[in-house]
Design a binder for this molecule. Sequence first.
Ligand code: HEC
Ligand code: HEC
Length: 314
Amino acid sequence: MFRKVFKIGLSLAVIGLIVFVGLLVTDGKEDITLQKPSDTAMMSAERGELLLGLAGCVNCHTDVKNDGAVLAGGRALETPFGTFYAPNISSDTANGIGNWSEEDFVRALRHGRRPDGANYFPAFPYVAYTRMTDGDMLAIRTAIMARPAEAGPNKPHDIGFPFNQRWTMRFWKLLHFDAGTFENDSAQSAAWNRGAYISEAVAHCGECHTPRWPSGGLKRGAWLSGTANGPEGEMAPNLTQDEDTGLGGWTDPDLAFLLTDGLKIDGDVVGSVMYEVVEHGTSKLPEDDIAAIVEYLKSLPPVANPDAPSAQGF
Ligand code: HEC
Ligand code: HEC
């Protein structure tokens, strides 16, 4: 009996090892062939600045609480797995990304991979950014390079074993990550597609407003239906059209007003994390982009999520 159990156990271990080694071997660094827009204005520092704010890069990579320099990193990001410290992504060549090639930069955002081939933790929301176009990524890079180099050193993450093991991220990626640019849905209007691109790829509304599995992966079936365990312990409301807990009761102007001025329908200022999204991101967008986001949000089928806070604002 014992021998039989031992043999089965050994076979399973061998199979496990083969699968494991197989996966290790297949986890290579992606080749990047850049697809640059023909209109160079699309990659200008000015456009990049808008995207840098809208994508939250400045929010996460600046330690505002401790008066840190812009993009010099150091902001603590509390998660159920421990505290991540956003690194320095300024143009500094020692601690920042001043030495990175365009390909290195695009690979990081599109594939969640470091220039040396190691995987990033998804606390860096590349799950969303992967949907951005090369042109938009490179515009962000132009803006970063045009800003001053900040020498601030990087702070190691404070995460316990086994979550601090980067190599485990290759398995996480297999489960929860699908690299590739946003694809237009031809059944929808141009404005809807623009709104979906801004919301899903750039402004990554889903990273905060979608519930997660215990593994930290997004529950895509409950897209944007809110979560009680949002960023930095804050609750992120249900953004679907659910009448009771979602945005069902918000009119188009209500939503546009929140995105441009940060005021909710009850007249309160929206909470801190979302306020940053508005202040550095959506408030700077032209009217037609705001209308596009609203059209996208209004199209979300209602999802009742009893675990999420209500978006009614009362
Ligand atoms: C929610 C917070 C958050 C946002 C938003 C965010 N990042 Fe990060 N970023 C991180 C964290 C945390 C890491 C470290 C990941 C790791 O160690 O695996 C990181 C890592 C990086 C790195 C790798 C730096 C290095 O030294 O290897 C780059 C480049 C980067 N981010 C660029 C960006 C850009 C560009 C944006 C906006 C498009 C952005 N990040 C938005 C949290 C964030
Ligand atoms: C960094 C995390 C984060 C991101 C990114 C984010 N949100 Fe939020 N959002 C929040 C949190 C947290 C709240 C709750 C704030 C509060 O309690 O007042 C919120 C509140 C809101 C509300 C108000 C609902 C209510 O009843 O209070 C709306 C609408 C909203 N977000 C829409 C969006 C849209 C659209 C996007 C993408 C363009 C987005 N959010 C991106 C975290 C985020």
